[in-house]
Write a protein that binds this ligand. Structure first.
Ligand SMILES: Nc1ncnc2c1ncn2[C@@H]1O[C@H](COP(=O)(O)OP(=O)(O)O)[C@@H](O)[C@H]1O
Ligand SMILES: N[C@@H](CCOP(=O)(O)O)C(=O)O
Length: 712
């Protein structure tokens, strides 16, 4: 078995209004278990398992293996396989940001983690479907566990279980019986679950929809919230819910989502009205917002059994949240709130070392860790994305040996000057792993390349990407390519090819690296930039706002975050309503279209893409030997994220300006007379333009920034 294994399980929000016990949504807040087995003769810990725990409710979670829901679930599954205790000695370290008993599926996450632990330490080789069976022997509503295990937006149903299948004491019934019932060691082998108890399907989830979770600071146990429900319902109420559920499952996948339809389709008559006694003000709070009163809101409901409120929205997250927090405050209830997103991937298991192969097993390429099938599945999954990047001269089809470009059809009658660029994303990918969000780093990859091309005056034409991993997750890789295709569309380049490399042993499980290259062209006769000969003292430096950190300096960013004891899932101290990870993943701005519009008018003498090396190192790259750049730090706004990073990392001014873009993703040289027209064209294309300095005669420094004390 693996020596060290990390298991990550997303939290979940069940019901979404009418889908009581049926639909669930995995969200990007993760229970993480680090599992280490060290070979020892004996252990002083019960069942040979040492538990350590950090995160919410750390003082109330039992650290004894028989009592802790995660480990007693694992023991149940192990005992079903004839293994009575953990290997000596097992260390389970739990990092849990999911608040317990709040309707965010903490128990489902714990149970799914427990089943996965058993699978790892017992080398049980259970399929996900079989794991679902074990989970359902404990938590009898499939909405949370299926979402936690498979990820995404799921619809589920459960085969009925016979009383004999469920009544044995050894099964740790987590929510049906009060704790610590169940999980008792009777010395017998517990009953295994019947096969295929649970079934699920994944629905589409519109990428625009985010989840505002208002989390009151009190617990409602799911068992208690189920005990208040009636045994039977009227036909009218059942039909009311079924009609809404039928519409809701597709309405939430439509792009753009329809607020009128979703708001009505999230009404419920079979659990929320009965749970109002447990959650003060519930009905009034749910009715206090509508898409009309709060534009951006799509719908609102109780999350799971509550007390958390789930509001789905596409915009105005802060104002919707602060309204709901105030409503609870009027009931004397304090709340935290989080803005979460769909976690598409579900439970992941990363092993740092793998077991040796049983001797009699015959070897295949797949058993060595490389799956041709997964590769083929990926090609199928990404075809639609590559096709969306089609442009004249490159038809966007993939599957050939090389990507083609017809320069004539691309608009170049004379042979143009070709410009190539190659780059990677750097350690920003680590944040994508941590957040399990893979659809934006592809945009960064394209941006790093095409922004380098455009500063020479070249129009990007084609792009090729390289994605390398240990074990191919078709889902993450497809998301990555979706991002690459989005970046290509933003820059007008066709994604004409790429390479996916599955290289077991080179990368850690669940991680990947990516690189890419772009080819662009400059029409023959057009000036290749920078036009250093045309630059003169007094020329104006225009700066274009960045989207934040972009794709450089992330080793330092990660160090500062770690030093401050923050997790990527914590709320960003620089931005309310966004996690650290989500904010840092904001993709690099692609400046191609605005800059080409200004260059084609002959307004620009030189451009510098501010990447690693920051302002101080990059601006001189476009200047002639006799000129230097002089910037005034008072002339552009430094984004909150940079202000926080500078303070938290106690960065010296020059270190800050040498590492980060400080708020300027591009700096341009223009003639004084052209500054106004260039600014107007760039603004028409949506850029924020600042006049940040001038060119001066060079003495010693190539680039200076005055008034850096405004950054303090
Ligand atoms: N990480 C965990 N470790 C141990 N026990 C847990 C953990 N997460 C949840 N539990 C157990 O599950 C209970 C909460 O489950 P439940 O009432 O279903 O609420 P929720 O809506 O959070 O799933 C907790 O009181 C605790 O006993
Ligand atoms: N369908 C269940 C969902 C319970 O979710 P939880 O997150 O509160 O455990 C119910 O509504 O009882």
């Amino acid at each position: 078995m693996a020596a060290t294994t990390t298991i990550r399980v997303p939290c979940s929000s069940a019901n979404l209004g009418p889908g009581f016990d049926v639909i669930g949504l995995a969200l990007n807040l993760y229970l993480e278990v680090q599992l280490t087995v060290t070979k020892q003769e004996s252990s002083s810990h019960s069942l040979n398992c040492r538990i350590t725990y950090e995160g919410v409710n750390a003082d109330s979670v039992p650290l004894v293996a028989e009592d802790n829901l995660i480990t007693r679930t694992a023991v149940y599954v192990l005992r079903c396989h004839g293994i009575r205790a953990f290997p000596t000695e097992t260390h389970v370290h739990v990092k849990n940001p999911i608040p317990l008993g709040r309707g965010l599926g903490s128990s489902a996450a714990a149970i799914v983690a427990g089943v996965n632990i058993a699978n790892e330490v017992g080398n049980l080789q259970l399929s996900k479907a079989r794991m679902l069976d074990y989970c359902l022997m404990e938590e009898r509503h499939p909405d949370n566990v299926a979402a936690a295990l498979y990820g995404g937006f799921v619809g589920t149903y459960l085969n009925e279980l016979s009383p004999e299948d469920t009544e044995r004491l050894e099964i740790p019934l987590s929510e049906v019986l009060p704790e610590p019932a169940g999980g008792v060691d009777t010395g017998l082998r517990p009953p295994e679950p019947p096969k295929d108890i649970g079934h699920y399907t994944k629905y589409r989830w519109s990428p625009e929809i985010k989840c505002i979770c208002i989390i009151p600071q009190f617990e409602v146990s799911t068992a208690k919230a189920r005990a208040v429900l009636p045994e039977s319902y009227t036909r009218k109420d059942i039909i009311f819910n079924m009609q809404r559920l039928a519409v809701l499952t597709t309405a939430l996948g439509a792009s753009p989502p329809d607020p009128g339809q979703i708001y009505t389709a999230m009404q419920d008559k079979i659990h929320q009205p009965y749970r109002r006694g447990l959650i003060p003000g519930l009905t009034e709070i749910l009715q206090s917002v509508t898409p009309q009163s709060h534009p951006g809101l799509l719908g609102i409901c109780l999350s799971g059994a509550g007390p958390t409120i789930l509001a789905l929205a596409t915009a105005n997250f802060d104002s919707i949240a602060s309204h709901l927090v105030t409503e609870f405050k009027n009931e004397n209830i304090e709340c935290d709130w989080k803005l979460l997103e769909l976690a598409d991937e579900g439970t992941t298991v990363r092993r740092s070392a793998v077991s040796s192969l049983p001797v009699e097993e015959s070897l295949t390429y797949a058993s060595s860790g490389v799956s041709i099938d997964a590769g083929n599945d990926l090609v199928k999954a990404i075809k639609q994305f590559t096709a969306s990047t089609k442009r004249p001269g490159a038809d966007g089809k993939i599957g050939g040996f090389g990507g083609l470009l017809d320069l004539k059809a691309a608009g170049f009658d004379e042979p143009p000057i070709l410009v190539g660029a190659i780059d990677g994303i750097g350690t920003k990918v680590k944040i994508a792993f941590e957040m399990n969000k893979h659809d934006t780093v592809g945009i960064d990859l394209v941006a790093m390349n095409v922004n380098d091309l455009v500063v020479q005056g070249a129009e990007p034409l084609i792009f090729l990407d390289y994605y390398a991993c240990s074990k191919l997750s078709v889902q993450s890789a497809a998301k990555f390519v979706e991002g690459v295709a989005n970046g290509c569309r933003l820059s007008g380049a066709a994604l004409v090819g790429g390479e996916t490399a599955e290289m077991p042993g080179i990368y850690k499980d669940g991680e990947y690296d990516a690189g890419g290259c772009a080819v662009g062209a400059i029409k023959r006769g057009v000036t290749i930039l920078p036009d250093t000969a045309a630059m003169a003292e007094g020329d104006v430096l225009l700066g274009l706002s960045s989207n934040g950190v972009h794709s450089n300096g992330f080793s330092l960013v990660r160090k500062i975050i770690e030093k401050k004891g923050l997790s990527f899932h914590d709320t960003a101290p620089w931005s309310t309503g966004e996690t650290v990870g989500a904010s840092l993943l904001t993709p690099t701005r692609i400046y191609v279209k605005p800059l080409l519009a200004a260059t084609r008018k002959g307004l620009i003498k030189g451009m510098s893409h501010i990447t690693g090396g920051g302002l101080l190192e990059n601006i001189p790259r476009m200047l002639p030997d006799h000129l230097a750049a002089e910037l005034d730090a008072k002339t552009w706004p430094v984004p909150e994220v940079f202000q926080w990073l500078k303070r938290a990392g106690q960065l010296e001014d020059s270190e800050f300006a040498r590492t980060f873009n400080t708020g300027l993703g591009m700096v341009l040289v223009v003639k004084e007379e052209d500054a106004r027209t260039a600014t107007e064209i760039l603004q028409e294309h949506g850029e924020q333009v600042h006049r940040v300095g001038t060119l001066v005669s060079k003495k010693t420094e190539e680039c200076t920034v005055r008034n850096m004390d405004v950054w303090k």
